[in-house]
Design a protein around this ligand. Sequence first.
Ligand code: ARG
Ligand code: ZN
Length: 875
Amino acid sequence: QVFRLEDYRRSDYRIPETRLAFDLDPEQTTVVSELVIERADDSAAGAPLVLDGDGLDLVALELNGEALGENAFEATPDRLTIHALPTDSTFRLTITTRVNPSANQALMGLYRSSGVYTTQCEAEGFRRITYYLDRPDILSVYRVRLEADKATAPLLLSNGNPVEAGDLPGGRHFAVWDDPHPKPSYLFALVAGDLGVVTDEFVTMSSRRVALGIHVEKGKEPRAAYAMDALKRSMKWDEEVFGLEYDLDVFNIVAVSDFNMGAMENKGLNIFNDKYVLADEETATDADFANIEAIIAHEYFHNWTGNRITCRDWFQLCLKEGLTVFRDHEFSADQRSRAVKRIAEVRTLKAHQFPEDQGPLAHPVRPRRYREINNFYTATVYEKGSEVVRMIRTILGAEAFRAGMDLYFERHDGDAATIEDFLTVFEEVSGRDLSQFALWYHQAGTPNVSVKASHNAATGELVLDIEQSSPPTPGESRKRLMHIPLAFGLVGPDGRDMVWESVEGATIEHGVLHVRKRKHHVRFTGISERPRLSLNRGFSAPITLSVEEKPEDRAFLARHDGDLFSRWQALGGLMSDAIIEASKHLRDGRKAEYGREIPELCGVIATDDRLEEAYRALALALPSEADVAREIGANIDPDAILAARNGLVEAIAAANGDTFAALYDQLADSEPFTPDAASAGRRSLRNMLLDYLSSGPGATGRAAAQYRDAGNMTDRSAALSVLVMRHPDAADTKAALADFETRFGDDALVMDKWFQIQAAAPGAGALETVRTLTTHPGFSIANPNRVRSLIGTFSSANQTGFHRADGEGYRFFADIVLQVEQRNPQVAARLATGLRSWRSLEPKRKARAREALLRIASTENLSPDLRDIVERTLA
Ligand code: ARG
Ligand code: ZN
């Protein structure tokens, strides 16, 4: 079944009130749902009421307190249709269903994980609990009664505020929760179990006291302290930056160990993958701390962008996700270093969204059709969706942007809104026409901007010939012209931005050139010397650039551009070109050359103490093998890329050995561990240097010593990773792996790192390693985190192992995807996107990858989730 945006129509019925009563039992939970239903208007008179279900078992059904006759309704596991309805416009429907939380391995709806009852309803999980109008434009006020065994489930949580609780006979007890804010069913949640808790309080700007609770596995409470701190900082930030206040008496977060994604913003009761809550220095890396901070903020920010203003339908998913990602990015930028954060965002965007946009799964930020909505929680909807909001701010300026946001909250609070509603507020406050800009929501694919410059020293004239183009994507062969805000600078010989006298051919405002036509012939006057072009500063638009420029110009920008983002971009471009060039040579059986410029630049940047350490670490990080493959685009040979990349690592290390070694020693941390950005930055630079210093044959000493002496997980896992990636067969490596397993064998989240590090180790032997690890007692095909760390890492971060020339990597992968699918179609579908770039491989690998995809596609009884992904990938 295909769902289309243009088919949207309002429901004939509304559900102003929802009362749920759960009698919780591991295998037989009874759910009584009492709905006040309202006919939308007279035109709907006589229309049957059709409620969504998914695998449900109906126990009883009453209308206005009386049992319904056999002929009055029709119930299947997936639908409840009521034909005979009263003529009054309002009536009461009571539905009793029975569900088995323990048998639910898809982790959608109500399930039990490590003895804890929990729910996940977005997007369409509520219909696995009870029959309902399970669509986001049905807003209802909920009152929820939970009843459970007191010994095993002393904690009973749901959305809203607690109103009543008490004991019941037979060792049972109950709690009642009331949520005054109307919400769609996807935001419903309950949790029942025996958990430890960390509590705190937040006083809002209007002096409302909010009781905060983070509930985690007993004994792990100390590991929730950082998440609590991040939550309070998020609450404060949203007040200060957007004027948005929290709106209930309590706010609870629960960490669970079996979870399909990162976290979920259920009203007043956020549920998290425990990986994004639990952290301390011994078990979590700096990256884990940063992710926790970002995701705690993200889910909290949804309270306004998502919950108070929700989506009219699932096509509008980016309305809440793109905007909320933008908000969490800004939060992290304010809490940490803005330049470093921006570079990290762009790296993520290029690593995840660009390949999606440039492959068979490309879709607009606001899709027009889907078969399975769960497959649209993508980097395009989230990350590119955030970039589109960022561009709105770039075009309008910070002040008008904030005015637009204020108007959005004022006008749409309590609504199920659309992208059009969102764009309209910005048009109104700014007086600008955003209709061309809106194509960023409607048109898939990564636009390209090409720029040619010519300078006339005699006349002081600089001409830029700018041309935009957008490659075709599935279902969209002809593209319309986009409005691309291109931030830029003309960098003069002293490294400063040059100032022009006049310009014609394009609108330029605050350093942003607005590309709106196919071609712009832009003429600057008063430019006495040839400038270097610093283009798309801060990644003002999510595009690719084609610029005719000399390597010397890039090297100049990498050294001197006043914009830190552009310096990073220039250096990364040089590195990428050098690796591509070398990989061509290696494929032709020639010797690779890397030149002196890049190694020298790396030395300069590494030791420039005017730059933050975190920035220096990012600058020294070579483009990944996957980045390089994406730049090459076709006929990819992963082995040549790996060899070329390693060659550049060794060239950089050879030129800077002593400098790097001295800096490595100097950066050793003597202070006690703190997770703040500056300390994390020092560790990241030091660990980057460790990688270079360990690149030569037999160079295991430093990493082995760092592993042994590490006082925190960041340094320990970085050392282990260097050993495994650079020296897979060394005795030091084997010893470190064994030691890690001994230390952390019973800590599943830490063992994920152990699986992950090994799954990324390059080479033909990787497959055997990964295959063997699937039989390790710590691995479980039923747990999404385990599957992602071992199999997800292998398929996404191990170019040479996964893309083994004989196709065995793909065969193994297809087998696993099909096994995961048996229990959890959503996780299997997500995993299967690991093959989305198969068409850009060299012919032999391409044929093998296609075979694996075809084998999945021809499997009987494939879930709609996995079928959708493989069919689109093959189309
Ligand atoms: N809304 C959640 C978040 O971004 C993610 C929910 C994902 N749901 C899904 N079915 N994939 O915070
Ligand atoms: Zn979200």
